[in-house]
Write a protein of this length. Structure first.
Length: 161
C-alpha cells in the first residue's frame, strides 16, 4: 500500500552533496540542519508552500537523508551578490529512521562545536528569565539562520563597533 495516499506531493528533490562520506557531510553541513528542517543551497528554489519528497546523497551516491517536507522560506540568488547565501528552507514532515539517526548525529556534532565556542556575552547565574543571547538564538532559529550566517553577522557588528 502506498504510504503517501492522501498526501499531496508537488515535486521531487534529489540533492547530491559534494562530500565523500557521512562524517565530512556532518562537519561541513550540520550548521544547516535542525530537528525541524534543513537549508538547501540552490539557485533555483521551489516556491513557498511546495510539498516535496526529498533525498540527499553523498558524492558517490550513498543515501544520507530522505523523506518529505515543505518549503517554508526562500532566499533568492542574486548574481550581483554571488557569495551571499541563497536557497530554501525545507521543513521536515516525514523521514525514515536512518535519516532521523543521521539528523541526531549532526545535531550532536553541532552542539559539541557550540560548546567549544567562547561565549559572546558574560554568563549570568540567574537563568530564570531568557537572556539576550537566548532571544537571539531563538530568533535566529525561527528565521532559519545558520551558524555560518550568524558568525558573519556578529563579525560585521564587531567591525561596526
Amino acid at each position: 500500500m502506498d504510504s503517501r495516499a492522501g498526501r499531496r506531493i508537488d515535486a521531487v528533490l534529489r540533492v547530491r552533496v559534494k562530500y565523500p562520506d557521512v562524517d565530512t557531510f556532518i562537519s561541513k553541513y550540520s550548521s544547516n540542519i535542525s530537528r525541524g528542517g534543513i537549508f538547501v543551497v540552490t539557485r533555483t528554489p521551489e516556491p513557498l508552500g511546495t510539498r516535496l519528497e526529498f533525498e540527499f546523497r553523498l558524492a558517490a551516491g550513498e543515501p544520507l537523508i530522505r523523506g518529505e517536507g515543505e518549503i517554508t522560506w526562500v532566499k533568492p540568488y542574486h548574481a550581483d551578490r554571488p557569495g551571499e547565501a541563497h536557497g530554501m528552507g525545507l521543513r521536515f514532515t516525514r523521514f525514515d529512521e536512518p535519516s532521523r539517526q543521521l539528523i541526531e548525529r549532526a545535531l550532536a556534532y553541532k552542539a559539541r562545536r557550540a560548546q567549544r565556542r567562547p561565549p559572546l556575552a558574560p554568563v549570568f547565574e540567574d537563568r530564570s528569565a531568557p537572556t539576550a543571547s537566548d532571544s537571539l538564538d531563538r530568533l535566529a532559529t525561527e528565521c532559519g539562520l545558520t551558524d555560518t550566517r550568524l558568525d558573519e553577522a556578529f563579525r560585521r557588528l564587531r567591525l561596526q563597533s
